[in-house]
Design a binder for this molecule. Structure first.
Ligand code: FEO
Ligand code: CA
Ligand code: CA
Length: 629
């Protein structure tokens, strides 16, 4: 979610591209960033830490050439998706599109009804994966949340007033499974496909792993603590090699409230941001599961990674509690050299942690691998200032908690072992060409100012080198010995986002940031098959002050060998660019546009005129028919 609300100006292509030379030695880039911009004078981090971390790239940069295949576009504040010359963008599926022919078309004068939404593409699409199933293209896409002011714009209050308005908002959450097909006129979604499915906060799910059956998960409706209803605030995602999708529950807390306003909230609820008031969704009005005064264990049943089988629309999704409970961003799954499955995960909250799960069993091609995500070890990352780091196991011995308690109160377990508080870990992505992993740390206004909700300090330094971090950074690490299950790693900062036209200090960013490619708040991260890193932003689109010249949220590509970053796409007004996946032939890149026109900003994307702004997925192709990633 965007946590800033800034008025936009409408500058047109006023940013001058500042081309970089093709090759640059990354560790020199970092050294220059440190020396030229007075890095050491403003951050408590040693030069040695960056050089040691950057050293792993030595010897690789010389071989690199232009791997982008496009010319950078300038920043802009248009109400459109813009891409480089030689590429085309077309709409594929949007909020409210009916998935079945017996669905009523959306009544946009009231942004739909609950009955319409139940059979339509959900709102605010986020992480997504395109699966190839029986030769068909099946898109699974998270519908993270709704903008209540957009969905209820017809009400003077701008919030849901009737039970049906509350329910339509609820049913706009969850996950959409929808078949796509490429025809003469490009990609469209397939109405009535047997794969089409809506998964919502009302869909029956199984709870598996160490927390399943624990007393903290038992409710009146489910005395076994193993069955629950639904998933919501599904942010980013993951995929498994056995063909399933991982939907990650992020800000699950914002939907709970209390009918007893004087209710004293437990320290565990405080750590997870569960309060007596919700964020305006009103779900407890129509479903008392969301009333913590009546059902105090319900919040313990959310905040997990949910595994979904897109090949079977009747399958029951499974909450995999072994992957921990926190504000999950995505789940980047890697099959390690020894066959064990490793899942990297961020907890997107100021001062929370970066996690790794390592399965005990090994992946078997064609076998039943579901249990791999129920039985394993969970770790949190500690970053040392000297460029080294270690994975701290969240074991019973180290935390003094049971395996179930670790799975349920994972943040508390990670605090107990002294993990490093991070600048809001968003997506994690692993390089397909070598054992190397990247995380987007989106921003953190509390860095160096405030503890996290567990009271852990947030010192300035290491991978979080700027106080009151406005711009964010991308940090990368090399697992020890190339083994994703190793206890140790080496890390450095791939890019410190910043604004070199406004600042001359560390807020200018690292040297691979310039007036032509600058951005703020990296969020989505994904490698393509060629090893190019794609970066999506969810930040301040005010285009003024600290963010002058950065325009709307955007998507960039990075050559991780040279450090070069180029802007590929700019999204419409007040959107976040989030979610990326590719067609099987790699000739189409699908990109998600979320919440255009949030906070009353004047977007009418994609339909224009005076239409309601609608989140959606676009297809991007090369005009020459070539591959794109
Ligand atoms: Fe849903 Fe952390 O972004
Ligand atoms: Ca995100
Ligand atoms: Ca974000």
């Amino acid at each position: 979610m965007t946590d800033q609300n800034h008025k936009l100006s409408f500058d047109e292509f006023d940013e001058v591209t500042n081309p970089r030379k093709d090759l640059c030695e990354f560790d020199q880039v970092v050294e220059r960033a440190i020396s030229r911009r007075g890095f050491l004078s403003v951050v408590t981090v040693s030069t040695a830490s960056f050089i040691a971390g950057a050293g792993f790239l030595r010897g690789t940069a010389e071989a690199a050439a232009d791997r982008f295949g496009f010319e950078q576009i300038p920043a802009n504040t248009l109400d459109a998706v813009t891409v480089p010359e030689g590429f085309s963008v077309s709409p594929v599926v949007h909020w409210g599109d009916p998935l079945w022919s017996d669905a009523e078309p959306f009544d946009w004068s009231v942004a739909g009804t609950a009955a319409q939404q139940a059979k339509a593409f959900g709102d605010n699409n986020d992480g997504m994966t395109l699966f190839s199933i029986e030769g068909r293209s099946v898109l699974v896409v998270n519908n993270e949340y709704t903008n209540v002011e957009v969905a209820n714009a017809h009400n003077e209050s701008k919030v849901p007033e009737t039970d049906d308005e509350v329910l339509k908002g609820m049913l706009a959450h969850g996950v959409t499974v929808v078949e796509l097909a490429e025809g003469e006129n490009g990609w469209t979604y397939v109405k009535d496909s047997p794969f089409n499915r809506r998964i919502t906060p009302q869909t029956e799910m199984t709870i598996a792993g160490p927390a399943a059956g624990h007393d903290l998960l038992k409710t009146e409706a489910d005395p076994t603590g193993t069955k629950t209803l639904g998933t919501w605030n599904n942010c980013a995602n993951g995929r498994t090699p056995w063909g399933t999708y991982l939907a990650c529950e992020e800000n699950f807390n914002g939907y709970f409230s209390s009918s007893d306003e004087g209710l004293e909230v437990s320290p565990e609820f405080v750590r997870y941001g569960i309060k007596t008031k919700d964020w305006g969704y009103g779900w407890a009005k129509i479903d008392e599961r969301f009333d913590i005064a009546k059902h105090p264990h319900e919040p313990n049943r959310a905040g997990y990674v949910v595994e979904i089988d897109p090949s079977d629309p009747t399958s029951t999704p499974v909450k995999r509690t072994a992957l921990g409970r926190f504000k999950h961003e995505n789940a980047e799954l890697v099959v390690n050299g020894d066959g064990r499955v490793v899942v990297y995960m961020g907890d997107d909250e100021r001062g929370e942690f970066l996690y790794r799960y390592v399965s005990n069993g090994v992946y078997s091609l064609g076998g039943d691998n579901g249990a791999l995500l129920d039985d394993g070890k969970l770790y949190a990352a500690r970053f040392n200032d000297d460029g080294t780091g270690e994975w701290l196991e969240l074991s019973e011995a180290a935390t003094g908690m049971s395996a179930a308690e670790i799975a349920i109160h994972t943040r508390i377990a990670a605090s107990a072992v002294g993990a490093t508080t991070m600048d809001r870990p968003e997506w994690v992505t692993a390089n397909p060409t070598k054992a190397e992993v990247y995380v987007a740390l989106t921003n953190n206004k509390n860095r160096g100012i405030k503890t996290n909700a567990g009271g852990d300090e947030t010192p300035v330094g290491g991978p979080n080198p700027r106080a009151e971090n406005k711009y964010g950074q991308v940090v990368r690490w090399l697992p020890g010995g190339g083994d994703h299950a190793a206890a140790d790693f080496e890390w450095n900062i791939f890019v410190l986002a910043g604004n070199p036209t406004v600042h001359g200090d560390a807020n200018a960013g690292s040297d691979n940031v310039n007036a032509g490619n600058m951005f703020n708040s990296p969020d989505g991260l994904a490698f393509d098959t060629t090893g190019l890193l794609w970066i999506q932003t969810d930040g301040n689109y005010g285009n003024e002050g600290d963010f002058a010249g950065q325009g709307n949220n955007q998507m960039l590509a990075a050559d991780t060998e040279t450090g070069e970053i180029r802007r590929f796409l700019v999204g419409p007004l007040a959107c976040e660019v989030t979610g990326v996946t590719w067609s099987a032939d790699r000739k189409t890149m699908f990109v998600g546009i979320q919440h255009p026109g949030e906070n009353g900003e004047p977007s009418h994307w994609p339909a224009g005129g005076d239409s309601v702004p609608r989140s959606g997925v676009v297809a991007i192709t090369r005009n020459d028919g070539g591959v794109i990633g």
